[in-house]
Design a protein around this ligand. Sequence first.
Ligand code: ADP
Ligand code: F6P
Length: 442
Amino acid sequence: MARLVIVSNRVPPPRERGQLAGGLAIALRDAIAGRDTLWFGWSGNVRDSETPIHETRAGRLRFATIDLGQAAHRGYYNGFANGTLWPLLHWRLGLAEFRRPDYMAYRTVNQAFADGVARVLQSGDLVWAHDYHLFPFGAALRARGWAGPLGFFLHVPFPPAPLFRMLPEADSLLLDLDAYDVIGVQTREDAAYLNEAMASLGLKPRAEAFPISIDPDDFAATAKRAGRGEDVERMQASMADRALILGVDRLDYTKGLPERFRAFDQLLRRFPNQRGQVTFLQVAPVSRGDVAQYRALRRELDELAGRINGEHAEFDWMPLRYITRAIPRATLAGFHRMARVGLVTPLRDGMNLVAKEFVAAQDEADPGVLVLSRFAGAAAELECGALLVNPHDPDAIAEALDAALLMALPERQERWRAMRDAVWSNTAADWSRAFIARLEAR
Ligand code: ADP
Ligand code: F6P
């Protein structure tokens, strides 16, 4: 079996390498399990200057990481990747900042990744690069002589072609993408937009949808176990029989958090019967805190959370609980299982694994209801059972919340079973297998 070489900006942090955690790591776990794998990426460390490759090993999985220099980190990661591409790919042109030096840093880091990978490649390897940090990586690797299989998967959405082409460097990024044999995206809509953009330059359109997923058996088992654990017991005791509405997201402006907070405010205003009966827990660990738009979002949410609680709380009821730190995955799984409503309302999202995790975590005897943005990639698979909402419309979200909180058990079960079938019929293992099979057949 060919060795797999995974290339991504973020690799699992050292303490998690023996026991893979994190979305991408979990999605790839099955692909990795049966074969020799090398995973190349950024160590997460920023140094005064670039340093050589560090290698570690966990069984048949080898990690090779490089540190980034201060300037590269600023221009590549904070700048072009997260200050330009991230907003643009999520259709937020107004938030994108265009700075030529950032683009130059982005290209330089992609060249450094290609140098590092070229040094460790062996003939017969399969190379699979991930996400918007690495559009030019494939072309850079080809320029270093690699002629073997080379795939790319974009985890985030791709916007309509005319919007993407407002980016000054759009054409050169599309030309770079042409170096990949297989280009995977999350949904058919993303594939259509990327293909249109490639075709407009006379390139062969080759983006295909490979919707990413989770390991639902594993998440369900974790949730069940956690349900008997101390954290969930403490949480339950603190709820005093109130229904839990749960949100779990990185603190990111694509996740629709201010709109979601306003929707909760609307729920309490417009549906007074729910007052005192519900608790909304939003867990949103700070992400990309060096980027200005993320800092502004945090200030906005701090203010909104304070105002909502100040206006609606009683001396014995705090309606909104807001945590800006990550909490352990098992505890989260247990919270999903006890939630009456999973509230997942990104303004736009490639897939949104949290929506699938919520479904996997439920107890068939008493499942919660998923309120889901129609603009999450997951909506294509979960519209069979979720209450779909327009995430820009707090009133519509409030109405869906009220409906979810009032929904009788038989309807909750019927909706959940439909979503369960969807989640279990396309798992993370299916996703990686399908992509790798496509790459092997190139
Ligand atoms: P994104 O890739 O944009 O962050 P996804 O929903 O696709 O969004 O994936 C996020 C992953 O990170 C999920 O597996 C989720 O469980 C995990 N995660 C999100 N928020 C937290 C949190 N507060 N604590 C721990 N894990 C989290
Ligand atoms: O899913 C999108 C994504 O950007 C991943 O590529 C990334 O690892 C994750 O979100 C978290 O973001 P970051 O690596 O910037 O902390």
